[in-house]
Design a protein around this ligand. Structure first.
Ligand code: 5GP
Ligand code: SF4
Ligand code: MG
Length: 456
């Protein structure tokens, strides 16, 4: 998911939140929502689909609105439905709160069951609702204390933007699993999952929210408070591999540079030579450019991606399964015909897409297809909000590299090693990152699979 927030009296906060979400659209395409307040009212508008589809006609609009937050959703488990869209808005004894959450809690199911036994009623099936309930139920005096008390009970991954009638609050979990950064606009501040959205709204990058830190923005400016120890810091390495936009800078590391380096390292590790390097667009392109740069093998566009596939796209039926890839990606025959190609992609999850693309490149006349993957084999599930939560669906959990090569029909298959990935991220090597889907070293407690609630 992606989250965004803005505190400003001079800017139209609803419009800026809309633009911010537009820049974060890659983090979730299932639903979008914006909440705004003017100090006395709070208005929220949410819907299914892309930001441009949800807000086709109208943005939330209050006179003198000065705070806005927004969310784009990507669900990993559970249902994708209107009920589960964010920001969530609740009324509690102190007023209204709206909240948007990126990440997955690992103990949401347990907390929810406890709260339901005590009489709490839930309106959604998302774990984020547990957080707003905890805040609303807290007996602490101030909002900040209520939030901190609630955070002490939740585990897992969470970046939150929280809005009351007076304040915009940003929170990053003590592992710092998901990114969150602060930007400055003329008379206020912006919070965003990624720095690419700061560029869109003309905000100047200030810094990343630190793991275990809460930032509070109100008419007096910005203050920060630590609620958790950052000793067990573990940013998700997949943000660099696949999830984030290449023009974002996360925890001091450019996503583009990280991907480019992954491609270079993979070229050195594989030692492969061929006529061309091609990428699986868009996610594989930066690593493919790095591979080409390092190996000296020319880069070419062998595949073209249709950019206009939205959520409302009608999926082909079962008997025409190959069609779904052909609608999204097509080979350029004149480029690959008669050539041996190195095809670079960022990751193999289930292996189904990769197999279809290898076949497509072969049918377009390539003499050999070498598949190069700029991440290690994904063997273990992710509990923190990325779509690899079911272990049995992960092809590398049950098959060897040779068996995967055979399954996808490539001439050879090369994965980046864990060490190669760490070398590629050398500028942030001093900071610990999560590599759990490759090495099962989870930064926190792991829920058993049926207790992995939440949908981001
Ligand atoms: P596969 O061959 O495993 O079916 O698909 C691999 C492709 O899925 C890669 O191009 C990669 O960019 C993309 N991918 C990687 N991680 C995710 C994810 O979490 N969600 C989705 N929807 N796609 C992903
Ligand atoms: Fe990221 Fe993998 Fe860790 Fe999940 S398990 S947070 S995808 S590195
Ligand atoms: Mg891809």
């Amino acid at each position: 998911c992606g989250v965004f927030g803005i505190y400003s009296r001079e800017n139209n906060v609803a419009l800026n939140t809309y633009w911010g979400l537009y820049a974060l659209q890659h983090r979730g395409q299932e639903s979008a929502g914006i909440a705004v307040t003017n100090g006395s009212w709070m208005d929220v508008s949410r819907g299914m689909g892309l930001v441009s589809e949800v807000f086709r006609h109208q943005l939330p609009d209050l006179p003198d609105q000065h705070i806005g937050i927004g969310h784009v959703r990507y669900s990993t488990t559970g249902s994708s439905s209107l009920m589960n869209t964010q920001p969530l808005k609740v009324k509690y004894s102190g007023g209204h709160i709206s909240l948007a959450h990126n990440g997955n809690l690992t103990n949401a199911r347990v907390l929810r069951e406890e709260m339901e036994e005590q009489g709490s009623i839930f309106q959604t099936t998302i774990d984020s609702e547990v957080i707003v309930n905890l805040i609303a139920r807290s007996r602490k005096a101030t909002l900040e204390e209520k939030i901190v008390e609630s955070l002490s009970q939740i585990e897992g991954a969470y970046c939150l933007v929280i809005m009351t009638e007076e304040k915009l609050i940003g929170v990053r979990d003590p592992h710092g699993l998901r990114p969150l950064c602060i930007g400055k606009v003329k008379d206020g501040f912006v919070l965003s999952s990624e720095s690419c959205a700061l560029d869109t709204v003309d905000a100047e990058f200030v810094r990343d929210v630190e793991p275990g830190e809460m930032v509070i923005i109100d008419h007096t400016g910005i203050t920060a408070e630590r609620f958790g120890d950052k000793a067990n810091q573990a940013l998700c390495v997949f943000e660099y591999i696949y999830f984030a936009r290449p023009d974002s800078i996360i925890d001091g590391q450019s996503v583009y540079q990280a991907r480019f380096e992954m491609g270079r390292t993979l070229a050195r590790q594989s030692g492969l030579k061929a006529d061309l390097v091609i990428s699986v667009p868009d996610s594989g392109t930066t690593a493919a450019l790095g591979f080409s740069y390092e190996s000296g093998v020319p880069f070419a566009e062998g595949l073209i991606k249709n950019r206009y596939i939205g959520r409302t796209f009608i999926q082909p039926d079962q008997k025409d399964r190959d069609r779904s890839v052909k609608i999204k990606l097509n080979a350029i025959k004149s480029v690959v015909k008669g050539k041996s190609v190195i095809m670079v992609d960022d990751s193999i999850v289930r292996g189904t897409t990769s197999g279809k693309i290898v076949r497509m490149i072969r049918e377009a006349g390539a003499t050999a297809v070498h598949m190069c993957v700029s991440s290690p084999p994904i063997i273990y599930p992710c509990y923190y909000g990325i779509d690899t939560s079911v272990r049995k669906e992960l092809i590398a959990a049950t098959k060897s590299v040779e068996e995967i090569r055979d399954f996808i029909g490539a001439d050879s298959l090369h994965y980046l090693t864990i060490e190669g990935l760490a070398t590629s991220l050398k500028t942030v090597q001093d900071k610990k990152m999560c590599y759990a889907c490759f090495n099962s070293e989870y930064p926190g407690s792991t829920p058993c699979e049926q207790h992995c609630g939440g949908n981001k």
